[in-house]
Structure formats: C-alpha cells, structure tokens
Design a protein around this ligand. Sequence first.
Ligand SMILES: Nc1ncnc2c1ncn2[C@@H]1O[C@H](COP(=O)(O)OP(=O)(O)OP(=O)(O)O)[C@@H](O)[C@H]1O
Ligand SMILES: [Mg+2]
Length: 239
Amino acid sequence: MASTDNIILRAEDITVGYGEMDILYNVFIHLKFGEMVAIIGPNGAGKSTLLKAVFGFLKPKTGRVMFNNLDITGMKPDKIAKIGISYVPQVENVFPSLTIQENLEMGAFIRTDDFRPRLNEMYELFPVLKKRKQQKVGHLSGGQRQMVAMGRALMLDPQVLLLDEPSAGLAPKLVSMIFEKIKDINSTGVAMVLVEQNAKEALSMADRGYVLVSGRNALDGEGQALLQDKEVGRLYLGG
Ligand SMILES: Nc1ncnc2c1ncn2[C@@H]1O[C@H](COP(=O)(O)OP(=O)(O)OP(=O)(O)O)[C@@H](O)[C@H]1O
Ligand SMILES: [Mg+2]
C-alpha cells in the first residue's frame, strides 16, 4: 500500500457547487496528523464551500474526501462528526438563546459516554467560559462566542477541526487572543484546517497554507514560504 500514513485528511480533485453552478474546480488539500493548515484567498474564492464539501454538507461532483484512509465522500455530517471531524461554521455557529454550558453539552449530543471530563477540559482551555457558564451565549462578546463555538466543536474530542473564519468581526486584540487559543488547541494534537481572512497571522502560525482563487488552487506551500512569496504578499498580505 502507498505510504499515506502521516496524512489524516485528503480532499482531491473536488468539483462542487450549489445546484447547477460549480464553485470549486478540481481542488485539492491535505492535512497531516497534528498539522495546522491555513486556507486563504479572496472573498468568494470558495473557502467555506470547500469546508462544507469536506464535512458532507455538499456532495462533490468529482473527486473524493479521504479521512484516515476511509472514503467519506458523500457521507452525512453527523456521521462524519462521529468518526472524528468537527466543524465550526463561519456564521451561526452557536445557539444564542442557550447558556454556555448548554451549548457545550449540545456539542456532546452524540456522545454515548460520560462527557463531563471533556466539559472540564473545555473550561480549562477557556477559563472565561467557566466563570459565565450559566449565561446565555447571545449576551456574550464576539470573542467569547467564538470560544463557545470552538468549545462546542471540541466536545467530541475530534482528530480534525475545520475552522471557518474564527477571527471574523473581532477587534484586533481579540483576534490575537483567538489565535492563541487556536494554537493551544493545535498543540493538544488536534489537526486543523483554518480558513482565515487574516492571512498574515494565519500563515505565520500554520505549518502549511493553500491559496484558493476563483474556486481553484492557486498556490500552496509552507506557511513561512507563502508569507515571503512576493505574489502572495502583493495580493493578500497588503504589501
Ligand atoms: N448557499 C449558496 N448558494 C448559492 N451560492 C452560494 C452559496 N454559498 C456560497 N455561494 C457562492 O459560492 C461562492 C463561494 O462562496 P464561499 O462562501 O465558499 O466563499 P469564501 O471564499 O468562503 O468567501 P468569504 O471570504 O466571503 O467567506 C460565492 O460566489 C458565493 O456567492
Ligand atoms: Mg467563507
């Protein structure tokens, strides 16, 4: 068998869209165990669409998604969640009328074992949430909501976390705080696909990155190499 052992997730040759309209054309990404990979690119490039296709919300017209050498193309999101991939959508990623604790418990909904130890780990990771666990999430700041969304996704103890624009709409100080949390999560061994508008910061902390443009792979490489790439700099990093 070919040695793909260090790769946990691979999407290859993905063509997908909405209805008749294709948005992604033959897109590929892969993620190694424990790795953090950033996906950057202009608005409308198809970054969110790619995550939706990986997580089973959209069925690719071509290509396949492999997770731990299992073909998960076309598998339903709840089943994908059960086998070890969690997803934090770009919008509407929390239940505003529920408390922090209830949101985290919702994340554990499909667990059949005792999730309380995991809940405590989430409160260790996000102490600010522990202090407010009975508060409704709708009353929290943007940064705290984002922590709830990540905590909810982590309740299943996934091997892979798909994060769509975790820093969107946050004040600069909160952006760095959320990025620190993302590093902490990655350092616990969770491999991540991180879609980000803050391309510079995302590439600085990611092991590797992919640039998507108009639904196609434009460039990929090590985070540091992309950061220093003249074209990437000119197009996406404001210099
Ligand atoms: N539910 C949908 N139905 C039809 N078209 C959609 C839908 N969602 C997204 N699109 C279209 O697909 C294209 C890619 O959108 P997508 O959200 O994947 O881009 P993105 O790279 O995540 O952009 P952004 O940086 O703004 O989040 C856009 O042209 C968008 O209008
Ligand atoms: Mg998006």
